[in-house]
Write a protein that binds this ligand. Sequence first.
Ligand SMILES: Cc1ncc(COP(=O)(O)O)c(C=O)c1O
Length: 462
Amino acid sequence: MAVSNKNASPVKIILPESEMPKQWYNIAADFKTPMLPPLGPDGKPISPEMMSAIFPMNLIEQEMSSKRWIDIPDEVREILFKWRPSPLVRAVALERLLGTPARIYYKNESVSPAGSHKLNTAVAQAYYNKIAGTKHITTETGAGQWGSALSYACTVMGLSCKVYMVKVSFEQKPFRKMLMQTWGGTCVASPTDQTNAGRSVLAKDPNCPGSLAIAISEAVEEAVSDKTGSTKYALGSVLNHVMLHQTIIGQETKKQLALAGEKKADVVIACAGGGSNLAGLAFPFCKDKIEGANIDIVAVEPASCPSLTRGTFAYDLGDMSGMTPLLPMYTLGHEFIPDTIHAGGLRYHGMSPLVSKAVQDGLIEARSIGQTECFDAALKFARSEGIVPAPESSHALAMAMREAVKAKEEGKEKVIVFGLSGHGLLDLVGYDKYMSGALSDFAPTDGQIAASLACAEGFPKP
Ligand SMILES: Cc1ncc(COP(=O)(O)O)c(C=O)c1O
């Protein structure tokens, strides 16, 4: 049911619970050519059994599935109902501020208990682990959004959870650690001295700020070291099943745009770290695009970690020390350590293979942006719309604002939709630094990227 203010088009569009999607959408079924398989250390496609040391078989089946629609279990839907369907909101005040004829909508995933879209897959992954008999889950986290989402989901499903948090974010965002502990999770700063992977990084650089790739190595190592099989690892992005679980976002958005009386979206924008909120919002629109719709779908990444815009499409590891399979993806090289920007969730060297394929197929266009423009946009949004965006989400916001200004210059009434993947209420240290003029922009040089990509040179070529 659309909620509308007087005399105007609706500001927030709320779907009834009965309209929450009952299935996830798997874009792999609609690509014109098949996905390349992940490869094992021998260069051959990995088998489900090889992945079973890390993931439960029910999630491996989803990972490898080419079925277009996959049912969402009732127990998962029941928990998603706590905050879903999430609102689609028209950013009227921002439109006024920019003086644009564009209509700007944001899909507000910050309303989940953990404050971001990450809970959509955390609940699903914890559920599938529970029914497969898992007792303990390990994971990594960048900004802390994923770690807190998984801590909550594990508590709900009666599992314990250990989170390896990238050290720079651990120090920048102490409240995320406290949130994880509040939900019963354990959080440690990675690199740690608790795993071989962590110890070998610390031996080379005791002050290493950490990276998602290192934290993944540590979490996977802990999972595979438990020979009872009751510890598994969960990833908050990148893999196919994670993209799948997020597609509830875009499916809801399409219904909400129709309720708002919009015939179509002209531009759909999301930030991209490992690709999951982008996939969630964009893949249902990509389906329309595959069927002939004219939509610009934009992935926005930080200039400091530009895997899609300056990386190479190659087989590369998902982590630092080779605990994961080789994935066909855009990558900066698994040894790439990005600068310590405040959007910690976007500091990943690679990109989801499904998103990489959508970019290769021309369904999604990639752009990069610096963090100061993002914080500037975030302040404008906070001071007009009221919500303080997560630094990650501010990348999508800043690009939406660029598009809205372009629509003004062109005198076009475009419909722009962007993903507000999370709130930034626990990221205020970054805001404080920006407001006191202490933040600057970073971009790796071509030489740095080339040097980092050398670590993937020996792997099979896609
Ligand atoms: C709020 C928020 N948005 C976006 C991301 C990026 O992840 P992904 O590209 O998987 O959506 C993160 C990752 O931590 C996040 O916390």
